[in-house]
Write a protein that binds this ligand. Structure first.
Ligand code: UT7
Length: 321
C-alpha cells in the first residue's frame, strides 16, 4: 500500500481592514483603472496595527483544525511558509505552536517568498511519506504591508496580508488521493528581480520590497507553465486531467497566460487576486480554502498549484483532494 499525504482540513484568516484601490488614488500617482487592468487586483486586506504574522497564522490554523474536527493535540508538527516573520527568530512556527497550546511535536519556517507554500507542502509531503509525521499543519502567512515602500507605486498597490492553513494526514488506503507529485526549482541569478533591501547581516533593518515587475512577469509565465507540466508528468497526468488550478495569485495576466499555455480554461482556475492582492506564501492556501468553502473543490478533484517568487524560486504540486 502507498503511504500518501492527504488533505484533512483547510481554513484561512484575513484581517478585517479591506483597502480598495481608490485608497491609493491621491496618495501616489495611480488609478483604480491601472491597478485593475494591469494586475486584476480590486482590493486587499491589511493587518491592524500590532497584528503580526503569527496572529494571522494562528487564526488560520484554528479554522483548519475546526474544519478537520481535530485539536492541536492531534498535530505532529507545523511548517509555516513566510517571508514576513514576527521576529528574526524564533520561528513563526514555534509561536503558532505555543498559541495553539501544543507542547509536543515540532515547528519550523520555510522561506521561499511567493513560492513558500509550494516548498512547505513538498517538505510536509516528504516528512509524511518518510513516516516522520502522521499529521502536519502547513501554513502560508504574510504581512507584506510591513515591507512596502508606500511611495513606490510599482509595488505598494500589489500586495496584501492574510493566512491560509492546510492539514495533511498520512493515509495508507488513500488510493489516488493526496499529494501525487511535486516539482521545486530555484535560480539565484535572478536575485535582483524581487528582493527586500534590508536584513540582519546587511543593513540591520527589515528593509522594503523592490521588484522589477515587467522582467519578472516575462519569466513567470514560462517558468510556471514548465514546472506545472513537470509535476503533472511525474503524476502520469496532463492538463486535461486537472479539475482546478489553484495558482499563486500575483497577477491575473500571469494566471491567465499560464492557464493558456497549459490549455486550461479560466473557469477551472480559483481566482482570489481581485479580493486579496498578492499575499505571497499565503495566496495558495487562501485560494484553496475559499474554493473548498464555496463548494467548488470537492473530494476526488485533481488540483494543480504553481507559484513563483523572489530568488527566483518556483514550483508546482499536483494533489487529489
Ligand atoms: O508574487 C511574486 C511574483 N510577482 C510577480 O510575478 C509580479 C510580476 N509583475 C507584474 O505583475 C507586472 O509586471 C506589474 C503589475 C508589476 C506591472 O505591469 P506591467 O504591465 O509589467 O507594467 P510595467 O511595469 O511595464 O509598467 C507600465 C507603466 C510604466 O510607465 P511607463 O514607463 O510606461 O511610462 C510604469 O511606470 O505603468 C507605470 N506604473 C504605474 N502607473 C500607474 C507602474 N506602477 C503604476 C501604478 N499606477 N501603480
Amino acid at each position: 500500500m502507498t503511504r500518501r499525504a492527504v488533505a484533512r482540513g483547510i481554513g484561512h484568516y484575513l484581517p478585517d481592514r479591506i483597502v480598495p484601490n481608490s485608497h491609493f488614488e491621491g496618495l501616489i500617482d495611480t488609478t483604480d483603472e491601472w491597478i485593475r487592468t494591469r494586475s486584476g487586483i480590486e482590493r486587499r486586506h491589511f493587518a491592524a496595527e500590532g497584528q503580526t504574522t503569527s496572529d494571522l497564522a494562528t487564526r488560520a490554523a484554528e479554522a483548519a483544525l475546526a474544519h478537520a474536527g481535530l485539536t492541536a493535540q492531534d498535530i505532529d508538527g507545523i511548517i509555516i511558509a513566510t517571508s514576513t516573520p514576527d521576529l528574526t527568530f524564533p520561528s513563526v512556527g514555534t509561536m503558532v505552536q505555543h498559541a495553539l497550546g501544543m507542547t509536543r511535536g515540532f515547528a519550523f519556517d520555510v522561506q521561499a517568498v511567493c513560492a513558500g507554500f509550494i516548498y512547505a507542502l513538498c517538505n510536509a509531503n516528504a516528512l509524511i511519506v518518510a513516516g516522520q509525521a502522521d499529521r502536519l499543519l502547513v501554513i502560508g502567512a504574510e504581512t507584506f504591508s510591513r515591507i512596502m515602500d508606500w511611495e513606490d507605486r510599482s509595488t505598494c498597490v500589489l500586495f496584501g496580508d492574510g493566512a491560509g492553513a492546510l492539514i495533511l494526514e498520512a493515509r495508507e488506503d488513500a488510493e489516488d488521493r493526496g499529494i501525487l507529485a511535486t516539482d521545486l526549482n530555484s535560480d539565484g541569478r535572478y536575485r535582483d528581480m524581487l528582493y527586500v533591501d534590508g536584513g540582519v547581516s546587511t543593513t540591520g533593518t527589515s528593509g522594503k520590497l523592490r521588484m522589477q515587475g515587467n522582467p519578472l512577469f516575462r519569466q513567470a509565465v514560462d517558468k510556471l507553465a514548465s514546472t506545472a507540466v513537470t509535476a503533472l508528468e511525474r503524476a502520469g497526468l496532463s492538463g486535461a486531467d486537472v479539475d482546478w488550478v489553484v495558482p499563486h495569485q500575483a497577477n491575473i495576466r500571469i494566471i491567465a497566460g499560464t492557464a493558456k499555455k497549459l490549455g486550461l480554461p479560466m473557469d477551472r482556475v480559483i481566482l482570489t487576486v481581485q479580493d486579496h492582492g498578492n499575499t505571497s506564501a499565503a495566496s495558495i492556501p487562501l485560494a484553496l480554502s475559499i474554493g473548498v468553502a464555496d463548494g467548488r473543490i470537492t473530494t476526488g478533484d485533481l488540483i494543480l498549484s504553481e507559484a513563483i517568487g523572489g530568488g527566483l524560486a518556483w514550483g508546482a504540486v499536483v494533489m487529489r483532494w
